[in-house]
Design a protein. Structure first.
Lengths: 164, 406
């Protein structure tokens, strides 16, 4: 299935996705809520033949975390399906059962963005070291590497009083 | 726990790597000599490259991206430049595409030669290891003449390339190709006829076509299972839009198949380099690139020696990227690793791991940490001082030796 057919089918079934193809062999969709995203993901897998999980891109969307799943089919079209969850409660479900190749990328979401991925198979964390401090998520925009003390492995942003 | 389970042994291998000079940890559960379960732990090389790119301008980010990998640095910058050029709407000159192609195929040659040597070493065939690494030096010398460096050649820039190829250099490239072709034909013959090598590699580390689809394996690992996963063919870019790559696959689905694919790919790389050199058009090698990119996003892919590279850039219209994501081929190939190891012998573990040609730096895209105490990593100077103390304890004082400053 090529990009144009993918867009037609996706937009017919899930108009909120607003799928577009800005270039050959690429389909991008808009951010959606986790429930709609899951429905679209299963539809893409089962009905549209996107059975290869390529990778996941986490993005900082201000108050939310954006998660873009990049899938591919036998025609090698890259489909970007996205969901967004609030930073205050970034809960998503693991898609590892459907796409075993995305488990490592989901672990990255946990370590680098602080997303809670339920249903992740047991295994070592990735990619941060075991001694990495709890609650520090380096790819969130508010996380500044200049405040990370490499000697003590602690994150020490200036206090408000210091800033004044 | 059943009585049978009591006989099982968990062998922690690594992070000192069983086959390469890079860190990775493998927890291998053994039933006798047979691998029953394997848990792969990577991340020891995480350097925070993506975060570093987000706080630097695009030109600075390109130099960081060049250092994602020491072996396939050109593949990473090609992929990143492509993503940038798509967003900027740049038309890269044809000559630049050809130069990118020549350097890319030279890089494939040196990467595969390196791999063949490592694989030979893992199975105790050190003569082949010496031969291939000797031959690889010829390619590295050429790359050093092109870019001034054996690795991280710095050829790519946004809108084209930074280095032109003089006719004399191109003649030397052809001479090296002639020399290498002869050697590679011998290695191909060796791979197909040498009984010890075949017996050691055949039937181990199996990943079938169905497994490749399930775990989304890429590069020679996928092609050795009969899947035509080569970005140069499935989504031609740059010079590959003009000069087609001959598909190379194999149906052994094992370490032997991966060896055959890589050896044949080196011969194909030589064919491509000759074509690129003979067809290279005259003209400019770059166009002026903007400092800022318009808001948008781009997903680019190229075929690195180890497989498909995927780079993502998101721009907000500033002079630095809002988000950079690098998915290197090794990151894709880890997912099938446990499956490849399970059911085989402990002695096969190093060569099975080596057979995906893993690159940990690529996978981890690495925050460099130094310090003391429990939670720390050690830097080079600390390692040197520790070494001096150890020697002193043995009655030798090397502290007067001056380290050459570069």
């Amino acid at each position: 299935m090529n990009a144009e057919e993918t867009i037609l089918k996706l937009n017919k079934k899930f108009p909120a996705l607003e799928a577009v193809s800005p270039r050959h062999m690429r389909v991008y969709t808009a951010f959606t809520d986790p429930k709609s995203f899951e429905e679209a993901l299963y539809y893409a897998n089962e009905k549209l033949g996107y059975h290869k999980g390529k990778h996941i891109v986490g993005t900082d969307e201000g108050a939310d975390i954006g998660i873009s799943y990049i899938l591919s089919n036998d025609d090698n079209v890259l489909l970007v399906l996205r969901e967004r969850v609030p930073k205050s409660a970034p809960n998503v479900r693991s898609m590892g059962e459907l796409y075993p190749s995305l488990v490592l990328h989901e672990r990255e979401l946990v370590d680098l963005f602080g997303v809670h991925v339920s249903g992740l198979p047991e295994g070592p964390r990735y990619p941060l070291p075991d001694c990495w401090p709890e609650g520090q998520y380096p790819l969130r925009k508010e996380w500044n590497p200049a405040y990370f003390n490499k000697q003590t492995m602690t994150y020490e942003p200036p206090k408000e009083d210091d800033a004044k | 726990m059943s009585p049978h389970d009591k006989n099982k042994v968990v062998v922690p291998i690594g992070p000192q790597h069983p086959s390469l000079k890079e860190p990775g940890s493998f927890k291998i559960t053994l039933d006798g000599e047979k691998v029953e379960r394997a848990v792969v732990e990577v991340g020891y090389n995480h350097r925070g490259i993506e975060k570093a790119c987000e706080s630097r301008n695009y030109m600075q980010a390109l130099y960081i991206i060049e250092r994602v990998c020491g072996i396939c640095s050109h593949a990473h910058t090609s992929c990143f430049c492509q993503a940038f050029e798509e967003l900027a709407g740049l038309e890269v000159p044809r000559r630049a595409h050809y130069i990118r192609g020549i350097v890319g195929e030279l890089e494939r040659l040196h990467s595969h030669l390196l791999w063949l040597g490592v694989a030979a070493h893992e199975i105790g065939f050190d003569t082949l290891f010496m031969y291939t690494w000797r031959d690889r030096e010829l390619v590295l010398d050429l790359l050093a003449r092109i870019g001034g460096n054996r690795v991280n050649y710095g050829v790519n820039t946004y809108g084209g390339v930074r280095r032109d190829l003089e006719p004399e250099l191109m003649q030397d490239i052809l001479l090296v190709c002639d020399h290498l072709e002869e050697k590679l034909k011998y290695y191909a013959d060796l791979a197909m006829t040498e009984t010890t090598l075949i017996a050691r590699l055949k039937g181990i580390g199996v990943l079938t076509a169905e497994d490749v689809q399930k775990y989304s394996a890429v590069g020679p690992v996928a092609r050795a299972a009969g899947i035509m996963a080569d970005t140069r063919i499935i989504e031609p870019y740059g010079v590959y839009k003009e000069i087609a790559v001959t598909p190379i696959t194999d149906d052994h689905c094992d370490v032997y198949g991966r060896t055959l694919v890589r050896v044949k790919e080196m011969l194909e790389a030589i064919r491509l380099i000759r074509l690129f050199v003979s067809e290279i058009p005259a003209g400019p090698i770059s166009v002026r690139a903007p400092r800022k990119l318009p808001a948008g996003e781009s997903l680019s892919r190229v075929e690195a020696p180890r497989g498909e590279n995927v780079h993502y850039i998101r721009s907000t219209g500033a002079d630095m990227p809002d988000r950079v994501r690098v998915r290197a081929p090794t990151e894709a190939n880890w997912h099938g690793m446990s499956h490849m190891l399970e059911g085989f012998q402990l002695a096969d573990v190093p060569i099975i791991i080596a057979a995906i040609d893993p690159c940990y730096s690529c996978t981890d895209r690495a925050i460099h940490l130094v310090g003391d105490g429990v939670n720390q990593l050690t830097d080079w100077e600390q390692i040197r001082l520790m070494g001096i103390e150890q020697y002193k304890a043995r009655g030798i004082d090397p502290s007067a030796i001056k380290i050459r400053e570069f």
